[in-house]
Design a protein around this ligand. Structure first.
Ligand code: EPU
Length: 341
């Protein structure tokens, strides 16, 4: 176990924010994590995984534990299904590519989402009509208070739209070390009804798509509007899409009939925050190095040397402007971390 000191975290967060960890430890196994959590000389610990859904606003005084636990294992299978156990430090998109290579269906719509497998359940990642919870079976997590290992089945996780137990009551209490998925081996349930996927497949002249075709379509769509964090620092969607009651939605849509929307139920409607932000005039805007992406207004970007505080300042400006113009509150989906306290 080798604790490093004064390590730059710029390469460890996809926003590319230049902050330092006072103490930093690479974690390669569940046992290493359990031991590290017990280190009494470092009373404060900070868990860092793929760094793809966080905005760090200050240097980190705590001991940073970088979760790099690797491995993919088949737990069970029959002719129709396979159960995979995937360790937390496996890169998400590499996992998707692995499933495609083996013709395991279920994750293809979530191609190219940045981040690692262990953090995917925290915000129940999702894209193009599919969410992590659709194939999730259970996860193992280490309890930060006593290093014991606990299994969470699906019901324990309280999954919601970009939400879970681990973002609420369980916040800061557990470190997910592995996730089990149930994937199809044949008769894949293809989800192509999300508009952009259908038109992308049509453009390619594909009417009987395979899971690989769907993945390729998703990759094309994402690359056309979402910035690659390796080129332009970002954390994907910075905000959640707001959910309105039917009566608020009807008031809104009378004035803004051109806004896209998704009906979730008879009582609830989801409005794309990207549309609201664009129509509040922020798409492509730049304030110093903090900016709003030119092709997808839901994504805030770091043009080089923005600080976490500058990005937060921009987010607050946007939230105020959207509220002022539409009377709708939007909230960040990214985890904002001020770890100096
Ligand atoms: N739109 C605009 N202007 C914009 C952005 C979007 O008018 O600047 C409109 C689009 O034209 C479209 C609608 O808003 O009619 C929805 O846009 P899009 O399909 O890009 O999806 P989204 O609702 O903006 C969500 C997820 C994305 C996910 C896509 C596709 C959230 C917070 N974001 O975005 O997830 O990739 O759907 O499923 O739910 C992420 O979480 O990091 C992420 C990228």
């Amino acid at each position: 176990m080798k604790i490093q000191e004064n390590i730059s975290l710029k390469a460890y967060n996809t926003f590319g924010i230049s902050v330092k960890a006072r103490y930093f430890l690479e974690i390669n196994s569940v046992e290493e994590l359990q031991n590290a959590l017990k280190l009494e000389n470092y009373p404060e610990k900070f868990i860092l995984s793929g760094g793809s859904n966080m905005l760090i606003t200050s240097d980190i005084a705590a001991l940073v534990l970088h979760i790099n636990i690797k491995g993919i294992e088949i737990i069970a299978q029959d002719e129709d299904y396979v159960e995979l156990k995937v360790m937390a430090g496996e890169n998400w998109h590499n996992l998707v590519l692995y499933t495609l290579e083996h013709n395991y269906g279920g994750l293809e719509n979530m191609s190219l989402i940045p981040g690692n497998t262990g953090t995917a359940p925290i915000q129940n990642i999702g894209a193009y009509g599919v969410e992590l919870k659709d194939t999730f079976l259970q996860c193992d997590a280490v309890d930060v208070s006593d290093s014991s290992l606990r299994t969470f089945i699906k019901q324990d996780c309280q999954f919601g739209y970009r939400d879970s137990y681990f973002k609420n009551e369980g916040k800061g209490k557990f470190v997910i070390v592995s996730v089990n998925f149930k994937l199809t081996k044949r008769n894949h349930k293809l989800r192509t009804n999300y508009g952009a996927i259908e038109s992308e497949l049509e453009k390619k002249g594909i009417d009987q798509p395979t899971i690989k075709d769907i993945s390729s379509a998703v990759i094309t769509i994402r690359q056309s509007k979402l910035p690659d964090p390796k080129v332009l620092g970002n954390s994907g969607s910075f905000f959640k899409n707001p959910i309105l009651s039917a009566s608020d939605f009807h008031k809104f849509s009378q004035k803004h009939s051109d806004s896209p929307f998704y009906k979730l139920s008879d009582d609830t409607y989801k409005i794309p925050a990207g549309w609201l932000i664009e129509h509040a005039g922020f798409k492509g805007k730049r304030f110093g190095d903090a900016g709003v992406h030119k092709d997808q207004a839901l994504v805030l970007v770091n043009h080089g040397n923005a600080t976490g505080k500058e990005i937060i300042g921009l987010a607050q400006k946007i939230m105020a402007a959207v509220n002022e113009k539409f009377g709708i509150d939007i909230e960040p989906e990214v985890n904002v971390v001020n770890a100096s306290e």
